[in-house]
Design a protein. Structure first.
Length: 281
C-alpha cells in the first residue's frame, strides 16, 4: 500500500517530538569534527507547504509547530527547533515545514552525507526536486527503506544517525522495524538509531517498544508524548513516541526537562502526559 502521504500531518505534535529529538542527536554528532551520515528509511517529500494541498486540509500543524511559532520563554532545545523551521520561512509567516531530511541538511557540514530512501513515487519525485540543489551531499534512492539499510551500513565514517519512520499503514511495519534494526545492529553495532511510532488504541504500538528493548544494543531510550486522552472508540492518534538505540549520554537529562514542557505547550486535555525510560549496559 502506498496511500500514506506525510503532508497531511506535517508539523503536528508528533513532528515536534520527532524533530526536536533529531536535532538533539545531530547536534551531538556535530560536537566532533569527524563526518557523519544521516540515513532515512522513509524520507517523504523532505519539505511541505502548509498553506495549500494536503497539509492545509486538516491543518494538523496547528497542534504542533503552530503552537510554538510565537511562544516565548522556550527552552533551548525548543528555541533551536523553532529557529530551524523559521529558517525556511524568511518572511516570518509559517508557510512551509521541513521534513526530517531537511532538518538533517541544515545540520550537515561539508563532509557529512545524507542517504535518503523513499518508495512512494509522488513523494520520491518531490524529494528529488527539493534536494537537487545539494548535489552529492544527498543520495536519494527510490526503494523500500527497510531493505535498503543494508546497502549503507556500516557507514564509511563509522558515525551515523539512522531514522526509521515508516507510515505504519500496514501491520507488517510493526514487525519490520525490529527486524530491520536487528540486522542493522549486526552490521553497525555502535550507530545511533531513532524509531518514530504512533500512539494508537491498538496493541501493536504498545508491544513494539518492548521488542526494541530486547535488541542487542549498548543502551536505549524511550520518549513518548501523549497530547490527549485516548478516544473511547480507540480511533485516532493521541500521541507518539521515539525509541533511540545507542543514545548520547546527555539525551535523557535533556528530555527530562523537554518532555514536561511539551506536555504543557501541546497538551490538549487532562490526559496529556509523557513517558521517559532509558537503560544502558
Amino acid at each position: 500500500m502506498l496511500s500514506y502521504r506525510h503532508a497531511f500531518h506535517a508539523g503536528n505534535h508528533a513532528d515536534v517530538l520527532k524533530h526536536c529529538i533529531e536535532l538533539l542527536l545531530l547536534d551531538y554528532l556535530n560536537q566532533k569534527e569527524k563526518p557523519w551520515w544521516y540515513v532515512d528509511s522513509h524520507a517523504g517529500a523532505g519539505l511541505y507547504a502548509l498553506t495549500e494541498g494536503f497539509a492545509a486540509k486538516n491543518a494538523e500543524f496547528n497542534t504542533g509547530i503552530g503552537k510554538l511559532w510565537h511562544a516565548g520563554n522556550l527552552s533551548e532545545p525548543l528555541k533551536r527547533y523553532v529557529a530551524a523551521v523559521k529558517a525556511i520561512n524568511p518572511g516570518g509567516e509559517l508557510r512551509h515545514y521541513p521534513g526530517s531530511p531537511w532538518f538533517a541538511l541544515q545540520c550537515a557540514r561539508a563532509d557529512d552525507r545524507l542517504k535518503l530512501f523513499e518508495l512512494h513515487p509522488s513523494d520520491f519525485d518531490l524529494l528529488a526536486g527539493n534536494f537537487e540543489h545539494v548535489g552529492r551531499r544527498a543520495q536519494i534512492t527510490k526503494t523500500d527503506g527497510f531493505n535498503a539499510l543494508k546497502s549503507v551500513l556500516p557507514p564509511q565514517p563509522r558515525r551515523a544517525l539512522t531514522l526509521i519512520d515508516p507510515p505504519y499503514e500496514v501491520k507488517d511495519d510493526y514487525q519490520r522495524v525490529p527486524a530491520a534494526l536487528e540486522e542493522a545492529l549486526r552490521r553497525f553495532a555502535t550507530g545511533t538509531y531513532a524509531v518514530w511510532y504512533p500512539l494508537l488504541g491498538r496493541a501493536d504500538t504498545r508491544e513494539m517498544p518492548e521488542k526494541l528493548k530486547k535488541l542487542p544494543a549498548h543502551g536505549w531510550l524511550r520518549a513518548e508524548l501523549q497530547v490527549r486522552t485516548p478516544a473511547r472508540d480507540g480511533f485516532g492518534m493521541h500521541g507518539s513516541g521515539m525509541f533511540i538505540i545507542n543514545p548520547p549520554w546527555t539525551l535523557a537529562a535533556t528530555l527530562a526537562n523537554l518532555l514536561p514542557e511539551l506536555v504543557e505547550l501541546l497538551g490538549e486535555d487532562a490526559g496529556a502526559k509523557f513517558v521517559l525510560e532509558h537503560h544502558s549496559q
